[in-house]
Design a protein around this ligand. Structure first.
Ligand code: GDP
Ligand code: MG
Length: 297
């Protein structure tokens, strides 16, 4: 039996959360085409007949600008240090840049096997992949360089087997039915936030937060009632989320409800409100509620 922690690290938007969901086999982290979607450290557990892999998805590492981002980067670096194997995820369609260098420099004193994962190979032609892998081999003494597509699942099985090879012998760290450390409230908030990001497109530059005001277990009829607030920074942003005659908030609510019903296997009543809360990104109370930069295990 093998078991241990694998930290997924790397720049924003390279596909860490998509890969986590793929490796775990269930959606535990939200995904979007906006950088900095992941704000907390998330654990996803994969149970196999011969081992247990505990993955941690970290916020992308980048130069911090806000208090929130300082906590995000701290959390990311901390989980790289605690892992048995570090998996540095990169986007194979992009040239390696200064951001990758920043992460590699952080890894120098981590003293752990580091995998380089070249993600998004569904977008790269085979002839371009081999020279890229060669180039990476010279950049750092990676334990393994593994090309994958988190989106299609291509080569992800092989990645899993390789990771298991590098984990120590040991008993499972979590119960065999344990999936994620994300509390249900946080998962719900994250799903709503994903829909806000998806549906408002570029109009809302990562300005929203979602807080769960009330969360009820299913009643006798199997209906769950969930009340949540979407926090925006400025009064001018509220109409973007509400939409004309409430059309946008309705679309967000419907999309979130469908995901929540699939996740919980129950009918969901979801009540969404939009509130203006200036400076929420500097407010430790809001950040704690959202568990920014926190995570047990
Ligand atoms: P993170 O910021 O590193 O967690 O990245 P996300 O997992 O949120 O993904 C960022 C974007 O890249 C999303 O639009 C994903 O759908 C997309 N993406 C992730 N993995 C792949 C992949 O293997 N192939 C392609 N084509 N897109 C991907
Ligand atoms: Mg992410």
């Amino acid at each position: 039996m093998k078991s241990g922690f694998v930290a997924l690290g790397g720049r924003p938007n390279v596909g860490k959360s998509t890969l986590l969901n793929r490796l775990v086999g269930t959606k535990v982290a939200i995904v979007s085409d906006k950088p900095q979607t992941t704000r907390t450290r998330i654990i996803g557990v994969r149970n196999l007949p011969d081992g247990q892999v505990v993955y941690t998805d970290t916020p992308g590492i980048h130069r911090p600008m806000h208090r929130m981002n300082v906590r995000m980067v701290d959390a990311a670096v901390e989980s790289l240090r605690q892992a048995d194997v570090v998996a540095l995820v990169t986007d194979a369609t992009l040239r390696p840049g200064r951001g990758d260098r920043f992460v590699i420099d952080l890894l120098r004193d981590v003293q752990r096997p580091v995998f380089l994962i070249l993600n998004k190979i569904d977008l790269v032609s085979k002839p371009r992949l081999l020279p890229l892998m060669e180039q990476c081999r010279t950049a750092y003494a990676f334990a393994e360089i593994v090309p994958v597509s988190a989106l299609t699942g291509d080569n992800v099985d092989r990645l899993e087997r390789l990771l298991l090879d590098y984990l120590p012998e040991g008993p499972a760290l979590y119960p065999s039915d344990y999936l994620t450390d994300q509390p249900e409230r946080v998962l719900v908030a994250e799903i709503v936030r994903e829909k806000v990001l998806t549906h408002t497109h570029g109009e809302l530059p990562y300005e929203s937060a979602v807080v769960i005001d009330r969360f009820e277990e299913p009643d006798e009829q199997g209906l769950m009632r969930i009340y949540a607030s979407i926090l925006v920074d400025r009064p001018s942003q509220k109409p973007i989320v509400v939409g004309r005659a409430g059309a946008m908030i309705k679309r967000i609510g419907t999309a979130a409800r469908l995901d929540l019903e699939a996740f919980f296997g129950a009918r969901v009543f979801l009540d969404l409100h939009v509130k203006v809360r200036e400076q929420w990104r500097e407010d430790d109370r809001v950040l704690d509620e959202m568990r920014v930069g926190r995570g047990e295990g």
